[in-house]
Design a binder for this molecule. Sequence first.
Ligand code: ZN
Length: 312
Amino acid sequence: MRAGMVADDGADHGNGCFDEEWPTELDNELIDEKERTPFAVDAFRYGSIPGCSAYFLTHFHFDHYGGLTKGWSHGPIYCTRLTARLLTLCLSVNSSYIHPLDLNTEYIIEGVKVTLLEALHCPGAALIHFILPTGLCYLHTGDFRASKCMQSYYLLLNHKVNVLYLDTTYCNPKYKFPSKEDVLSYVVRVTKGFLKRQPKTLVVVGTYSIGKECVYLAISKALGKSVCSSFGISPTGWTYSESVGKQLDQIRPISKGNVTIYGVPYSEHSSFTELKEFVKFLKPDKIIPTVNVGNPATRDKMHSYFQEWLKG
Ligand SMILES: [Zn+2]
């Protein structure tokens, strides 16, 4: 990969701070000249990158597509079909630059085998799997929620990943939140209970951009209708608290007047445990974290987790 581009999703999801300095030097140290490709992933904020002839977009969240506008003319953009549609519909990117790719299909781009895999993040999000002519294999997770089902992805089972660019949003042992399924059934249960007591309730689910649809889809499916006091669900991994842990029933809603809000730990990113299981399964030679990398101490801590996981 080219230095400084691939690992950069431009976001420290944790504190909203982006350290402009780290990627170039860090990647230069990690990636040999012969291991580089003329590719950039989620690096649109840099505009035209010298030597880069193919730009990849993992998914349609601003911290990844930032810099991409309707005036884009720096080179072809590769992404999933759904993300491609969003680029046209929402950003009016010139379609002659957009190259939609199907999931689970191998494409040869600049001599490199490229396959997009389901990332279980937001609609259209993909992991990007690259095999260089030398056989060297990279996996860029973009943003993802690691799941056991990924351990049956053919490519991941049958091709050793040498370098893993990993979404480390929750790479801290304090983030041991429950599975999406458990949170969804909890939300449905709590909503049904609330509606029983106060049938005329407007249920509001907080979302940012695309991604948390599953929460309100689960509610409307369970109730059989789209559903006035107000009752709100705020789904994010950041509402996770250690005291609640995996005990969803200990979540205490916040009420003011006739508005009640439940913050639930519904995350589109991997929990610490899921990250660990994913890394232990892949056993890559090298891991490059892509989130929360601005702080050297945090970065060192993450690398110590990686070393521990890869030992076993
Ligand atoms: Zn995202």
